[in-house]
Design a protein around this ligand. Structure first.
Ligand code: BV8
Ligand code: ZN
Length: 247
């Protein structure tokens, strides 16, 4: 592990264009439950029922209530040293004329809270709601909204969380920016993701295919571990600060 850390530090110290894919694992140390594995969200709830357009159509109030509950649980949660390290790394890379793109699958807003600037929310955000029919969208942050599912001010249809559910397309502009960053980067990091959800996980393959240097940070081996140059096993909140030279 020591060797991997030293190698990763020197790779990042010279990196020009950095792209990062993050997943639920980077928020785990803040107390946000992950999806898969022990204690994960999908252990207690059915993704088909609660994180799909069909589930929403079948029982909008139930899906709305569940997302509201998750959002209010996030209100008390703070970003951790892993989020902060990525924001520091971005500042360093940009200060020396490089580019830094953070494509996150997370919907918790913690990267932005930690100071990350260029964040692409591939799966949307739980801090906004949008109309299930027209394009009306509203940032709600952590303001409590009652469990009565709100109607759109423009067209009267149900509002819904501004999240990408299974079977739904990612926002085209966000996806294009993430794919571009994966193709153009010289260093790619995959952090805290099981790398099983597509098209997000495909970013790792895209970067590896271009010959970019690839680094994984995860508690354990994942579907991507065989693809990357360096696999650092451990907690993101402990490893990432060691990769960022806080000179
Ligand atoms: C689409 C909603 C099509 C928001 C989410 C069969 C084969 C292949 C693909 C498919 C298939 N059937 C269907 C598909 C497509 C599907 C998909 O990929 N399914 C997978 C599950 C097989 N994808 C989709 O449906 C996507 N849309 O394909 O559209 C289309 C095409 C054209 C036209 C129309 C439609 C939409 C995907 C988005 C789905 N939405 N969530 C929400 O409620 O959060 S996905 C859900 O999984 C979350 O967004 C989450 O971010 C994402 C990925 O999970 P991870 O973040 O990786 O979290 P996980 O718990 O899995 O892993 C945590 C990791 O952290 C672990 O590895 C753990 O070891 C590590 N860890 C834990 N603690 C730490 C740590 N690491 C470091 N430090 C720690 N402390
Ligand atoms: Zn509307």
């Amino acid at each position: 592990m020591e060797q991997g850390l030293a190698q990763s530090r020197s790779i990042l110290a010279d990196a020009g264009n950095v792209a990062v894919l993050s997943g639920a694992g980077i928020s785990a140390e803040s107390g946000v439950p992950t999806y898969r594995g022990a204690g994960g969200i999908w252990e207690g709830f059915s993704a088909a029922e609660l994180a799909s357009a069909e589930g929403f159509a079948r029982d909008p109030a139930k899906v709305w209530g569940w997302h509201n509950q998750r959002r209010m649980q996030l209100a008390a949660i703070k970003f951790n040293a892993g989020h902060k390290a990525l924001a520091d790394l971005e500042a360093q890379v940009v200060a020396r004329g490089g580019t830094f793109t953070l494509a996150t699958q997370n919907i918790d807003g913690l990267h932005q809270a930690a100071g990350s600037q260029n964040v692409l929310e591939l799966h949307g955000t739980i801090l906004a709601i949008r109309c299930s029919t027209c394009t009306d969208k509203r940032h709600i942050g952590f303001e409590p909204v009652d469990d009565e599912i709100p109607r759109c001010r423009e067209c009267g249809a149900y509002m819904r969380p501004d999240i990408v559910w299974f079977g739904e397309q990612l926002p085209a502009d966000v996806w294009e920016a993430a794919a571009k960053a994966a193709y153009e980067c010289d260093v790619f990091m995959t952090i805290g993701t099981s790398a099983v959800v597509y098209p997000a996980a495909g970013l790792i393959e895209m970067a590896a295919g271009t010959g970019a240097k690839t680094i994984e940070v995860n508690l354990q081996r994942t579907a991507a571990s065989g693809l990357v140059n360096i696999s650092l096993q451990g907690k993101a909140g402990e490893i990432l600060p060691q990769l960022v030279d806080l000179t």
